[in-house]
Design a protein. Structure first.
Length: 438
């Protein structure tokens, strides 16, 4: 199959590289010339484990190419995927569909012969129909079908998720387009991946329902964690106790500072907006958004309270800035709420993140970036763990204690063993765990 991927960000680049790995002929385009220039030189503009190798392998094999102009490749394509951003629109919380519609119009002009136009971006219900309308309006003679194929990959595990997905959801309404989509995903038949074929609206709603459910699960355990802290219970045992019930499941029951990232915050907002417009308000999701926003803001207060009510003049070491480990993505990361609030309370921040510091440097002001976790801890009055990078779990608490001004840790991801740290003389506070023993 000849595939064009419009948008070469986290989703477009991973999808394009993985489709090439499936054996298809893929052209990834992006309107950002700097990104394309980098990719052509074999440099990967984002951090995603394993992506560099699969991009290099497939470029070498001649199955993967990059460009800024897609006219020729769209003309020859069996399928064109739209994988551009759908950020939150300023003002009302709805998804900003400007990039999707612009891409649709550009694709429309370039179509020659039957082409399947696939929306892979996360788009509110109704967008697929609008994409079809734009294409028809731009080129009335175009022979095409529109398909919705939402993407469920997780940053940090994107290749694994794309190559071995739990399922593939395809909203398709013609047999011809269905055949093209089945051919594109045929390699997944070998591992018996469930293919969920639906109409276009159903596929669009499925993506939002999935993300909203996961965001709700996180928010639920976060509130249970608050209760645990107050009553001397341990949220991890509670999570295990409920998660072993097959109806609930163990995943996504880890308490933390609140969800962030490029998807959950904007997708819950967009779902709430769409649902209100459709006169079917999603009040649970609206509450989740509210609780999560408050929680992110409250985390700085937790640190301040831990330090006795003030952090003025203190040096705070921060471990982890990205919204989760194994990515350089800083979009809506909890650190973007926590760090400025601690600075506003008079603290000096020294931070370390294995991959996120370049982007964090653009988004956070007056932060000193350290070269290692130990350097971030050096001279700190308190160390705050915001992102659970694997390498932080292996830190030697004795060494941390030696370099810190005061041995105090607020662990917003519960990566440390409270008993061990307290035994070594740390004052330690996690999330949703008994605070006794300090
Ligand atoms: N990041 C994730 O983990 C994830 C997971 C599932 C779904 N999604 C969804 O996928 C979509 C893309 O997300 P992302 O994280 O890859 O975004 P991104 O911002 O990393 O990438 C989008 C890219 O599209 C390019 N672009 C915009 N308009 C274009 C045009 N007309 N022609 C060519 N290129 C254009 C931009 O320059 C940018 O490089 C969003 O709708 C998102 O919700 C993201």
């Amino acid at each position: 199959m000849r595939i064009v991927m419009v948008g070469s960000g986290y989703v477009g680049l991973v999808s394009g590289a993985c489709f090439a790995q499936f054996g298809h002929d893929v052209m990834c385009v992006d309107k950002d010339p700097a990104k394309i220039a980098q990719l052509r030189e074999g440099k990967i503009p984002i951090y995603e484990p394993g992506l560099d190798r699969i991009v290099a392998d497939n470029m070498r094999a001649g199955r993967l190419a990059f460009g800024t102009n897609f006219n020729d490749s769209v003309a020859a394509a069996d399928a064109v995927f739209i994988a551009v951003g759908t950020p939150t629109r300023r003002g009302d919380g709805h998804a900003d569909l400007t990039y999707v519609y612009a891409a649709a119009a550009e694709i429309a002009s370039a179509i020659r012969g039957y082409t399947v136009v696939v929306t892979k971006s996360t788009v509110p219900v109704g967008t697929g129909r609008e994409v079809a309308r734009i294409i028809r309006e731009t080129q009335p003679a175009a022979e095409f079908d529109v398909v919705s194929n939402p993407e469920f990959l997780r940053e940090g595990a994107a290749l694994e998720d794309f190559m071995k997905p739990d399922r593939v959801v395809i909203g398709v309404e013609s047999a011809r387009a269905r055949d093209v989509m089945a051919a594109i995903y045929r390699p997944l038949n070998l591992i018996q991946t469930p293919m969920v074929f639906t109409n276009i609206e159903t596929a669009e709603v499925t993506k939002y329902a999935g993300n909203a459910f996961l965001a709700t699960k996180i928010t639920f355990i976060n509130e249970i964690a608050d209760l645990c802290e107050k009553v001397g219970a341990d949220v991890h045992d509670v999570a295990r106790g409920i998660g072993l019930d097959g109806r609930i499941g163990r995943k996504f029951l880890h308490p933390g500072p609140g969800f962030g990232g490029s998807c959950f915050p904007k997708d819950t907002l967009a779902l709430a907006y769409t649902a209100r417009e459709a006169n079917a308000p999603q009040t649970i999701v609206e509450q989740v958004i509210e609780v999560n926003n408050t929680r992110k803001k409250r985390m700085a207060n937790k640190v301040i309270a831990f330090c006795g009510g003030s952090v003025a003049g203190m040096t705070i070491g921060v471990l982890g800035l990205t919204f989760k480990p194994n990515t350089d993505d800083m979009r809506d990361a909890p650190s973007l709420d926590i760090v400025p609030a601690l600075q506003a309370a008079g603290a000096r921040i020294v931070a370390f993140d294995p991959e996120g510091m370049a982007e964090a440097g653009r988004l956070l002001k007056n932060v000193t970036f350290a070269r290692t976790a130990y350097e971030a801890a050096t001279g700190a009055d308190v160390l705050v763990v915001i992102t659970e990078w694997h390498e932080f779990r292996g830190l030697d608490p004795r060494r941390l204690k030696q370099v810190m001004r005061q041995p105090r840790i607020v662990d917003l991801r519960n990566i440390f063993d409270p008993e061990e740290l307290r035994g070594l003389g740390f004052v330690y506070e996690g999330v949703g765990r008994p605070q006794l023993g300090n």
